[in-house]
Write a protein that binds this ligand. Structure first.
Ligand SMILES: [Zn+2]
Length: 389
């Protein structure tokens, strides 16, 4: 349950909270909003009236209930409410979306990156994608641009620092480039952090306030939600689960440490292992589809052991309620997900006191791109951008 505050000085905060509950809810009524927020019915009615007057919220008809008497009216985000732009910068492609505050995608554009990519061509690709988005009549009012990128990222200054396997691009100031061009708020973050944020507000976060999102792909990233908040720190760098060492005497990683998880089970490493055995170069999804036959079974048995080793340390450190397997690890079979869940619960400290769930992201393959937009939605829900008069 979220907690609102009955204090006029916190009007913006409560307004943001109402927008969050309406955007992430199923057409909640005013009574339902009062229950969820711990605000009085009168306070909720006043905020909702203002939100309707401002064109942000609309009544959606009569809510079906089993109660006798007059059924309450449901509320939803108005189709006239401002929209959000999300920009996903990945190693192989860039994707841009226009979506509403409910994370419904209205427009999606994608362009692949090739081996000749450099900072100039990357900027051009981004302008091309966003140009298509902003030319749409649906993009007449945009609140801001949320950007998700490979790490490491300087979140405070919106700079992509020096991601491994990213065409040698370093210190790419995507935040200032976009602010200058579009004159809008721009938030830049590691794409695992943003994926965790969209799940926090609209997905698995409805059930868990403490979870670790793990994104396995070329690199292995993480986004940590603790007590409902994204774990962020002063220096603007995000958590990097892929660089937890599982072998102090292991091979030297791109980061300088030894035996990092990423050096063992990043998807290119797994694909290369199979290529050396079979001569076939397969994507991680294709590898997952062959799990159950040799040599793929052995590959995944080993992968789960190594992932489980790193995650056990992570769980003992953070005590989350759940682990969310996202990015390409979304394609792992249910059998592997269950295997990992059993392994973690058998090895973590205080085994008998709580059960850690291992689950897939609610938004499946779209988690990463929606995550980018959700960082702007999170600002709105914190009482900013649409704070009213
Ligand atoms: Zn490392």
């Amino acid at each position: 349950m979220a907690n609102g505050l009955n204090n006029s000085n916190l009007k913006s905060s409560n307004r943001g909270l109402m927008l969050q509950l309406i955007a992430a809810g199923k057409q909640p009524s005013r009574i339902e909003l009062a229950r969820q927020s711990n605000l009085t019915k009168m306070a909720v009615s006043k905020i909702v009236t203002n939100l309707i007057d401002d064109g942000l919220v609309e009544e959606t008809g009569i809510e079906e209930t089993n109660n006798v008497g007059r059924n309450p009216i449901g509320l939803g985000i108005s189709s006239r409410a401002p929209k959000i732009v999300g920009l996903l910068i990945d190693r192989k492609y860039c994707m841009a979306i226009l979506c509403d505050l409910r994370m419904k995608i209205l427009l999606l554009e994608r362009l692949d990156l090739d081996e000749s990519c450099n900072s100039t061509s990357l900027q051009k690709t981004i302008y091309t994608l966003l140009g298509k988005i902003f030319r749409s009549p649906q993009a007449d009012t945009v609140l801001g641009i949320g950007v998700g990128t490979p790490g490491p990222v300087d979140i405070n200054n919106g700079i992509i620092l020096n991601p491994p396997n990213f065409y040698g691009i370093t210190n790419f100031p995507v935040g200032s480039i976009l602010r200058r061009k579009y004159d809008l708020p721009v938030l830049v973050d590691n794409q695992c952090n943003t994926a965790a944020v969209v799940e926090r507000f609209f997905g698995v976060g409805k059930y868990f306030l403490d979870f670790v999102y793990v994104g396995i792909t070329t690199g292995i990233g993480s986004g940590i939600i603790t007590n409902g908040q994204l774990l962020q720190n002063f220096n603007g760098l995000s958590s990097e689960i892929g660089h937890l060492s599982i072998n102090y005497d292991g091979p030297v990683c791109t980061c300088g440490n030894r035996g990092c998880l990423e050096a063992y089970i990043g998807t290119p490493v797994l694909s290369k292992t199979i290529e050396e055995l079979t001569g076939e170069r397969l994507s991680f999804r294709e590898l997952c589809e062959r799990d159950g036959t040799s040599p793929y079974t052995e590959l995944f048995e080993d992968m789960i052991e190594k992932l489980g080793s790193a995650l056990t340390s992570c769980i003992n450190l953070l005590n989350p309620q759940a682990v969310v397997l996202g990015h390409e690890s979304y394609w792992l079979s249910d059998m592997r997900t269950n295997q990992l869940e059993q392994l973690l619960n058998a090895r973590k400290i205080s085994q008998t006191y709580r059960h850690i769930e291992v689950i897939k992201p609610f938004f499946a393959e779209q988690t990463t791109v929606l995550g980018c937009a959700s960082s702007i939605a999170a600002l709105v829900f914190s009482g900013q951008l649409l704070s009213g008069k």
